[in-house]
Design a binder for this molecule. Structure first.
Ligand code: FES
Length: 150
């Protein structure tokens, strides 16, 4: 009788261990998903695009605003600065390719992965990144901002 109980307990214990392991596996996958989407946003998050030339209505980017776009299938930002005018930069950190975030208060870009900081023109202010963010050609034609293609 005791031996039957032991067998029953072992079977139940291994089933519970399997259930716990499987639950933890799926729970960790679910919690990692938003982190991965934050670090590598998709077209849906970044907006459609990814082409070599992107046209943005001038009204969509008033002075002092920053707009994230997808340029050549990579995240980029277009900045309309009060003093410097309109320009665009790659939003891909030159350290290990995380996506930089715009800090509105400081008017600079910071990388959430390892803490690199770039000034508003993409120049490295703080390592570990050692290369500036890649500039992207921009022109303004009539009421359109044209990113790339020049
Ligand atoms: S990827 Fe940006 S600091 Fe490392």
């Amino acid at each position: 009788m005791k031996e039957v109980n032991n067998k029953y307990n072992r079977g139940r214990r291994s089933f519970l261990n399997w259930l716990l392991g499987t639950s933890l596996f799926f729970a960790s996958g679910l919690s990692a998903y938003p982190v991965l989407r934050y670090l590598w946003p998709t077209d849906k998050v970044m907006g459609a695009g990814g082409s070599r030339i992107i046209s943005i209505p001038l009204d969509d980017l008033p002075a002092g605003e920053v707009k994230f776009i997808r340029y050549k299938n990579r995240p980029a930002l277009v900045i309309n600065d009060f003093n410097a005018g309109i320009y665009a930069l790659s939003a891909v950190c030159t350290h290990q390719e995380c996506i930089v975030k715009w800090d509105e208060k400081r008017r600079e870009l910071m990388c959430p992965c390892h803490g690199a900081i770039f000034d508003m023109f993409g120049h490295v202010k703080k390592s570990p990144a050692t290369r500036d963010l890649e500039p992207i050609a921009v022109s303004v034609l009539k009421d359109q901002i044209i990113v790339g293609g020049i």
